[in-house]
Design a protein around this ligand. Sequence first.
Ligand code: 0X9
Ligand code: ZN
Length: 415
Amino acid sequence: MKLFLCLLLAASVAALSIEVPNYDGYKVFSVAAVNSEQFHVLKRLHLGGEFDFWTSPKQNGFTDIMATPDQISFLQSLLTLHGMYSTVKVENVGKIIQEEKIANLKGLNTRISFTAYQRWSVIDAFIDELAALKPNLASVETIGQTSEGRDIKLLKVSTGGTGKKAIFVDGVHHAREWISGAVVTWFMDQLVRNSDQYADILANIDFYFVPVLNIDGYEFSHTNTRLWRKTRKLNSGSTCRGVDPNRNYAFHWGGEGVSTNPCSDIFLGERAFSEPETKALSDYIVNARARGVDIRAYLTVHSYGQLWLCSWGYTAGVYPPDFPELLDLGNRAAAALRVPYNTRYQVGQGADMLYGVGGASDDWAKSIGIKYSYTLELRDTGSSGFVLPPAQIIPTATETWEAVKVVADQVIRDP
Ligand code: 0X9
Ligand code: ZN
């Protein structure tokens, strides 16, 4: 009996340490691949699924790879063997997560504040609060449920009228990208609270915000695994949970940069829109358009890298016919974003800038006819990566809002 209890305890401690890693001694290496052999070494390592790639393998560029203390010497030998240059970008991931936790506790409240990353219950209540504050301007809709049964909330901001153009903005496709949810929530707050200041924009444009799409993953990244990326549904025939929601859309689904391994962080799912979260978002957009909502821009907010990504992102070197216009608006948006804090973004086609991704939401939105479809990869460029200190929420939101206003101006000016 005693032995049994000991084994049980050991097993649950092991399970707990898998589910609740503290990341102590984990490092993030920035690795350069300067030829195709080196690039393929990284690709193989990525597909192997043992390492958490903070960014996907990039040829002629840097890839950020996290290593557990047990993996560090293996990774270093592999890099030496293939003559690959690397630097340590994050010395101790556990330390920055701990610092984030402490900073977050200080800024945390039962009411919203933008000095901390909030739990879903607080964001959820805040969406309702904004609608209650200005019921003639803001309204809440539930667009569906996550696999764990949470309501996916959308806030529509509209001064009414018919035949208006619209902009759709979402955050937290990827659970660990907390800054994306905080920034989209800040946008809603800004627009609703200061609606008088935005009378010209609101006279012409309706806004639709889904600040947290992958709520289950977001909550799991708060309660258990800080660096969780995917959704949380149990994959059939596997003990692993979750699909990469940004591999699950019905455009080039199953293309580049995906994995068919249900345990992989870039698992594409059983079929396009197999996940209730991506199904809810895409159904909402499709139905809104069928009702006559004229969505002209789709901004899907992610982190990190300081990138403004245009379609097509499914493969390098392929562009939609209006690509010059998309690039031009992206450049003007990035220029406006730079003004407040001199934060520099790179603008370009998604796969040229990063890597090809099949089944991503930006391309899907573009493919159904939403002209200005972009993925925004917010701050930073990797010194904190996904664990961006909460003190950067307000500056990041403020600068990004400058870019959103440029998009809105363009949408207004278009015929
Ligand atoms: O890989 C992704 O899904 C995005 N990067 S992230 O680090 N936030 O995971 C980039 C997607 C860009 N879009 C396309 N390439 N279509
Ligand atoms: Zn992302």
